[in-house]
Structures are given as structure tokens and as C-alpha cells.
Ligand binder design. Sequence first.
Ligand code: NAP
Ligand code: ZN
Ligand code: ZN
Length: 348
Amino acid sequence: MSKTPAYAAPSAKSPLGPSTIERREPRASDVLIEILFCGICHSDIHQVRDEWGRGIFPMVPGHEIVGRVLQLGEAVTGFKLGELAGVGCFVDSCRACEWCRRGFEQFCEKGAAFTYNGTEMDRTTPTYGGYSRRIVVDERYVLRIAAGLDPAATAPLMCAGITTYSPLRQWECKQGDRVGVVGLGGLGHMAVKLASSMGAEVTVLSTSRRKEADARRMGAQSFEITTDDATLDRLAGRFDLLVDTVSTPHDYNRYLAMLRPYGTMVLLGMPPEPAPVAPASLILGNRRLAGSNIGGIAETQQMLDYCADKGIVSDVEVIRIQEVNGAYERMLRGDVRYRFVIDLATLE
Ligand code: NAP
Ligand code: ZN
Ligand code: ZN
């Protein structure tokens, strides 16, 4: 074991602060990564404040990790010393069940080992995330990053990128589709870039007037303010696909009404409270309400290669680790442009 500086929350009620964690010595198939950058996902806030329940404390959040390979186990074949590598939302899974074999490790029947706020597959060793200097991960769960991609702007692809890419592929987003993206934050801005790169006609549905110019620069054709009921009425029956990335409760029925017949609204945002859905919202128009959870390793690699090919990265505001609690407050106000990324060199 080796000691690693980290930023941790001792309990759900306390802010994050400096701490030390243990990382295992690399085993034969492990990669030891020196973390350069880690994105701040809104899921970090939900979990560190224990909004989803069953939080494991102390908690070191962070699942949008990009770093440099510092050490390799003797059996590692896919990585070289000194190259960039990424780690996303999980670091292991059973590798044998139907879902692992099909490349959907996030649905592992034994439960994947999530990058933080979880345990290793031994079900006792707690996992700690990317708000730390180093991480040790089996190479099978490490992502390759094309040379030339900016490491800070690539980090958010590990969660925000794959979480938006996967449903766009599942619902076969293509040329001419009318796609609405609800909420222009970390996930939302990646959804805009990706859907527009696939040829969709993208509309951003936002509560923040000041984000319009950015939305258009990212590829959106239209921008609508959702705090105005008349706007929502005007958009009735408009979209083939709605991608909902909002982290707080809102009325899904209002958005379902904006779908064309046979259209789908896919929930990515995960407010902790249940929300009522009127049967008529779905029945009238054979509309569908769906959800989507991150993505498997193979699809994450596919997304990273796609983004390298298309030149897509995240719009980031790089911060020092000491600024993390303030960044959380800004995200809670919707004031994010469009992903905070922690520079881990600032963690002593
Ligand atoms: P984020 O960067 O904080 O963005 C959320 C956006 O929601 C805000 O920027 C804001 O956009 C919008 N919003 C609408 N009403 C709001 C309100 N009342 N207060 C604050 N914001 C409001 O969050 P994120 O990292 O993209 O994550 C979004 C959600 O997705 C979270 O619930 C997170 O846990 C979840 N998530 C799910 C998955 C998955 O696998 N499904 C993966 C990662 C994250 P506007 O200013 O444009 O309105
Ligand atoms: Zn995330
Ligand atoms: Zn499995």
C-alpha cells in the first residue's frame, strides 16, 4: 500500500478537505496512474451530500479522471509508461456475467466496483475517486486517450461524454433528427456537441438566458427559455428525442408534451425525489420515457475515439483543488461553463 494525498468529505454534512488515502501496490494487470485532471460531475455533489442514500464516508469523489501512466504491472499489454490514460465511473466488475460479457459492465449482476462511494469486488475495500494524486486500476477498466487531446478538456468525457453519447447512439441520433437538450451544464453541453456532430437539429432548453451564445457556438440551432410557459406550449409536438440532464426536480409532463408521436424523452439527470408522470403524457402520441446509465468500457473507448476524430472536447473551467467547495455552490446555481475540472497538481 502507498499513501496518496486526496480531498475527502468526512461525512455528508461536511465540506471536502485535505486527507490521505491508501492505494494498493500495482498487481500484475494493474496500471498506476498519476492523476492530472478530474472533472466535477453533479453526481459528485449528490453523493457527497448523501442525496441518493447509502453513502460511504469518508468519501473521495471524482470519476472523470485523466492522468499519466506512472507504473505498470508485469502483465499489462495495453499501456506504456508516460502515456495518457483515463478512468471513468467504474474500476472493476465480475467480468463473467451476461452484462459484463456483453460490454455493459455498469449493469454487472454482481454490482460493478464504482470508482468511488463503492467497494472493490471483494466487497470490503472502499473505492476512492479522482480528487487524489494517484489511482491503481486493472488495465481492462482503463481508457486509451488519443495523443493530441487536451487532458483537462478530455477528462469530462469519462462521464459526461459517455453518458450523453450512449443514449444518442441507442436512439440512433442522425441527420435531421430534432433533438432537445434540457439543461446546459456538464452533461448538457456534451449532448449538444455530440448530437450536432451526428447531424441532428439541436435545441437547448435552458433556465439561463446568458447561455444562448455558448449553446449556438456548441452547435445548437435554437435556444429556448423553459421558465416561460408560453415557450413550452409553442414547442408542443416538436422533438424526436429529448435528453434531460437537469439535476433538480421538474415537471416531466411539460417536457413529454414537446415530443412528436413515437418520440422519446431519455432521463440522464437524477434528482433524488420521485416525480409524477400522467399516463396521458405517454399514451397520447405513443411517447416514451426512458433512462440511460453511463456506458460500458467498449462504448466509452468508442466515444473517446469518435471525439478525437471529430475534435470534440468539453468546455472547461480549470480550478485548484482548494476551490472545489465553491465550485459545488456555483453548480447548484446552474453557474457552470460548462465543466469544472480540478488540476491535481494543486493537491500537495
Ligand atoms: P450540472 O453541470 O450541474 O448541470 C445541470 C444543469 O441543469 C444546470 O447547468 C442547469 O442548466 C440545469 N438546471 C435546470 N434547472 C435547474 C435548477 N433549478 N437548478 C440548477 N440547475 C438547473 O450537472 P451534470 O453534471 O450535467 O449532471 C446533471 C444530472 O445528471 C445530475 O443529476 C447527475 O447526477 C446526473 N448524471 C447522470 C448520469 C447517468 O448515468 N444517467 C451520469 C452523470 C450525471 P441551465 O442553466 O441550462 O438551465
Ligand atoms: Zn458523473
Ligand atoms: Zn458482471
